[in-house]
Design a protein around this ligand. Sequence first.
Ligand code: NAD
Length: 253
Amino acid sequence: MRLANKVAIVTGAARGIGLAAAQLFLQEGAHVVLADVDMAALREAEHQLAGQSAAYVCADVADNNQVKALVDKTIAAFGGLHVLFCNAGIGGHSHFFWDYPEADFEQVLDIHVKGTWLCMKHAMPHLMKQGGSIIITSSVAGKLGMPKGMAYSAAKHALVGVAQTAAIEGARYGVRANTIHPGPIETDMVRMLEAGLSPKDPLQGRDRLEKSIPLRRYGTAQEVAQLALFLASDESRYITGGQHMIDGGRTAW
Ligand SMILES: NC(=O)c1ccc[n+]([C@@H]2O[C@H](COP(=O)([O-])OP(=O)(O)OC[C@H]3O[C@@H](n4cnc5c(N)ncnc54)[C@H](O)[C@@H]3O)[C@@H](O)[C@H]2O)c1
């Protein structure tokens, strides 16, 4: 039980990486609050995880009041907070930067960067009581450029600065902060990436993506969840401010 009696919030937890992490954290003894903006998907997750020590909160991470309510509900349900997994995200639309609509650009930055900061801001008074771990999902696009995805790449790069600053400011309170950087992962989001790369034939997009990965396959949500678990647990107690690639070697080329 690597997270016995710890309380964790996972955002973007209704599907994909967030749901896999919530499931794994529960298996490892944590009480988990699953937060997502998609109420219907959250209900499905609730059905799937029935009987476990979990709570479900519909919240938009980019909305200050909703994030505050999420943290308040977590404390009311489980009495504290030890782990914050800031994972909610959207891919954004595919456009060259000179065509990128301003509203879309702002939405991507809002959800990833402002949303992550808001979750950290409201969680911090509780994390600092006994120490804790903040894990932020960046991407290989937080290390490299992403054709037709400037907003996404900018947001994912910004999250490195968010995590590193939190690592420095949180250290004296025993609060660690790290980014994880997945390459293509087998979730709904990667379908949009494939379609953006090759609108007429998404399978061709997949083929191109797989060929760019030394291990020649996408990762799974469960594999990313394992990394999040390690960073959430005390096994990683000396690791903070780090950028952890989980990309089958994509950024090693
Ligand atoms: N799948 C990949 O290939 C990949 C690669 C690198 C990074 N990532 C990142 O991993 C994270 C999880 O993505 P995924 O692949 O599981 O995608 P996903 O689309 O399966 O899940 C993302 C979840 O975030 C939720 N969400 C979106 N906006 C939200 C908001 N404003 N407030 C609360 N919840 C919101 C969605 O409803 C969804 O349930 C994202 O940050 C994504 O950018 C994914």
